[in-house]
Structures are given as structure tokens and as C-alpha cells.
Design a protein around this ligand. Structure first.
Ligand code: CMP
Length: 136
């Protein structure tokens, strides 16, 4: 049974023209696009999306970054899509992400790490519901 995950090409990725690169990589892997929207988040949506990080010292900076310009929100589907996309993305810290991964190939800083992917089925359901409330 296919699984769905929320992928964000963050404002740094959009500004650097990496939307096509990210979509190419996930489609080449065999994952399928279900929904896509370019949008700029309000602080309220950003704080809801990243609620689990509210107490972290980087939370304010993270909200400022993620609302700083348009991002590309994607719903992606496939067998084990959550784990599959996280493997394509590489480690959260781009310096530790292997070459051949999105973060390993295109980023250097832990905040400006190009993409987000849901980390569990529960997160995926919550995040897809936040970004695409009309999706079943
Ligand atoms: P993401 O996978 O979207 O999940 C939370 C985000 O917070 C992460 O990617 C980074 O963009 C950011 N982040 C994580 N850790 C740090 C950190 N130590 N300092 C700044 N930003 C961070």
C-alpha cells in the first residue's frame, strides 16, 4: 500500500532554483507527486508545522527563515515514501549528509537545508492536513 509524506522545498531551495532538481530526484526514485503548491507561510502556519521544536533555541530563527519567501509544498506518494524521501534528503546537518543526497550535494548549514520531509506516519498525516486540508 502506498504511503504519503509531506515534502517542502524550503525558501532557500526555491530562491536557488532547486525545485526542479528536488522533483526530478524524487520522481527518478519512483515516488509520485500527489499535490504541489508554491506558497509563503504565515508565522502561525510555520509555528504549527514546527510545533515540536517550539522550545528549541533555534525556533524563532527557524520560523523567520521558513516564512522568508515562497516555499514549494509537495505531497509525495509511494511504498515507504517517508523513509524513501528522508534517504534522498540526507542528514539534517548538510555537512554530515552524504554526497548524492539533496542536502549533501546542495547545502552547508543546518537551518538552510533545502528540504523538509515528514519523519513518521503521524507527522505526515498532521503535516499533509495542515498544508492540504482538502486531501483525503
Ligand atoms: P527540518 O527537517 O525541516 O526540521 C526542523 C528544522 O529546524 C530543520 O530541518 C532545520 O531547518 C532546522 N534546524 C534543525 N536543527 C537546527 C539547529 N541546530 N539550528 C538551526 N536550525 C535547525
Amino acid at each position: 500500500t502506498p504511503e504519503r509524506t509531506l515534502v517542502l522545498v524550503k525558501p532557500d531551495g526555491v530562491a536557488r532554483g532547486l525545485v526542479g532538481e528536488v522533483i526530478t530526484r524524487l520522481e527518478r526514485k519512483g515516488l509520485r507527486l500527489v499535490a504541489a503548491e508554491l506558497r509563503t507561510l504565515t508565522a502561525e502556519t510555520a509555528e504549527t508545522h514546527y510545533a515540536e521544536h517550539r522550545e528549541r533555541p533555534f525556533f524563532g530563527s527557524l520560523v523567520e527563515f521558513i516564512t522568508s519567501g515562497p516555499l514549494m509544498a509537495l505531497v509525495v506518494e509511494g511504498p515507504r515514501a517517508i523513509e524513501a524521501f528522508r534517504a534522498l534528503a540526507g542528514a539534517t546537518d548538510p555537512v554530515k549528509a552524504g554526497p548524492g543526497t539533496i542536502r549533501g550535494d546542495f547545502a552547508l548549514e543546518v537551518q538552510n537545508n533545502i528540504v523538509h520531509g515528514s519523519d513518521s506516519p503521524e507527522s505526515a498525516a498532521r503535516e499533509i492536513g495542515l498544508f492540504f486540508p482538502d486531501l483525503g
